[in-house]
Design a protein around this ligand. Structure first.
Ligand code: NAD
Length: 361
């Protein structure tokens, strides 16, 4: 029996008319399509002739070409109408990592994703492309050109990553060519670009509050930052290549700019591009790490009396001061991936799009 059908936001008749000539192979749903990556995904899918449903807990934008379904991905009843009749599902929804809410991450990223898989199968979806993260193999120590063969982190850096590991495992495990249900996981790292609500706004806020003065370590640690268009390109390629080569199913793929850059150089380019000063004082990595550890211990000691959420944590120090960049050779070989936008162009386009945040001299 089909679940009760929740009402889509847009007029079903008008939308059906708009998309009736599009073959089922080009019908897709973007779960989390109101988010930063999701909106870019929707734009590129439309540009490539796809009919696009968006499923999200909020309607983040308005576009007459898109059919919106507002609901919670943990609910089969909410989800089913958005998946029925589509060939491909892109799942890029997640609570924000900054929320640090263990229960929410487990509910949405793990249990919710199991619901996505089951509902995809019921609705006859043939391909599920998950947005995972390269951090599923990161434990706070250097990774240089890490491949997908590295094991999942035994000690993930936070609850968000812990549930991204569970999520990826369950999606890849659901790959079932015999039943015509193929799954794959795309692992980006450090997504940035126009309309990013996190990286650039938080960086500028920190600079305005005088908190961007120190480089942790010697400033040479290479990290992947990936332009959003390249991340989208990796997802669409994966979906299209899965149709020709089912052996891609059940696998994870790193998608990066393929131009690792020193963490502090990247931040400094964004800051100076918007007229803020780059950090110029150096603090040795281990000094910063043990200071953050000491602070965490103090927070733990006072926690029965006061609840504090420090931002200067050992894990943040590790993220800012270690090497962590990833090889995308597998994606290049298996699906012909090449980044579409170079780091120079990506930084320039991002800075231009955040001109409203620039410091007026
Ligand atoms: P985002 O917060 O901008 O978008 C996530 C979207 O998911 C939001 O629109 C939100 O409303 C939706 N969502 C959350 N809970 C939901 C629920 N229960 N039901 C339906 N929708 C729900 O995040 P983003 O930066 O665009 O990230 C997209 C994906 O990329 C996530 O899976 C994230 O883990 C992954 N990722 C992001 C980065 C990065 O640097 N931003 C890096 C690696 C991986």
């Amino acid at each position: 029996m089909e679940p009760a059908v929740s009402e889509p936001v847009r007029d079903q008749v008008a939308w059906t008319h708009l998309t009736e000539d599009i073959p089922r192979a080009k019908k897709c749903t973007v779960i989390g399509g109101s988010g930063f990556l999701g909106q870019h995904m929707v734009e590129q899918l439309l540009a490539r002739g796809y009919a696009v449903n968006v499923f999200d807990i909020r309607q983040g934008f308005d576009n007459p070409q898109v059919q919106f379904f507002v609901g919670d991905l943990c609910s089969r009843q909410d989800l089913y109408p958005a998946l029925k009749g589509v060939n491909t599902v892109f799942h890029c929804a997640s609570p924000p990592p900054s929320s640090n809410n263990k229960e929410l991450f487990y509910r949405v990223n793990y249990n919710g994703t199991k619901n996505v898989i089951e509902t995809c199968k019921e609705a006859g979806v043939q391909k599920l492309i998950l947005t995972s993260t390269a951090s599923v193999i990161f434990e706070g120590v250097d990774i240089k050109n890490g491949t997908e063969d590295l094991p999942y982190a035994m000690k993930p850096i936070d609850y968000y990553t812990e549930t991204k590991i569970l999520q990826e495992r369950v999606v890849l495990g659901a790959n079932d060519p015999e039943r015509n249900f193929l799954t794959t996981a795309i692992r980006p790292h450090g997504i940035f670009g126009p309309r990013d609500p996190q990286l650039v706004p938080i960086l500028i806020e920190a600079a305005r509050n005088g908190k961007m003065k120190f480089v942790i370590g010697n400033g040479k640690n290479l990290v992947d930052f990936t332009f959003v268009d390249n991340v989208v390109h990796g997802h669409i390629l994966a979906a299209e290549q899965l149709s020709h080569d089912a052996t891609l199913g059940g696998k994870a793929f790193h998608i990066t700019n393929d131009e690792p850059i020193p963490f502090w150089t990247f931040l400094s380019r964004i800051l100076t591009g918007l007229n803020y000063e780059a950090p110029k004082y150096y603090i040795p990595y281990w000094v910063a790490y043990y200071l953050a550890l000491l602070l965490s211990l103090l927070v733990m000691v006072v926690s029965p009396v006061i609840q504090l959420q420090p931002t200067f944590t050992p894990m943040r120090v590790a993220l800012a001061g270690t090497f962590h960049y990833y090889s995308c050779e597998r994606a290049k070989k298996a699906m012909g991936y090449q980044p579409l936008v170079t780091m120079d162009d990506a930084v320039e386009r991002t800075v231009q799009s955040f001109r409203h945040l620039q410091r007026v001299k």
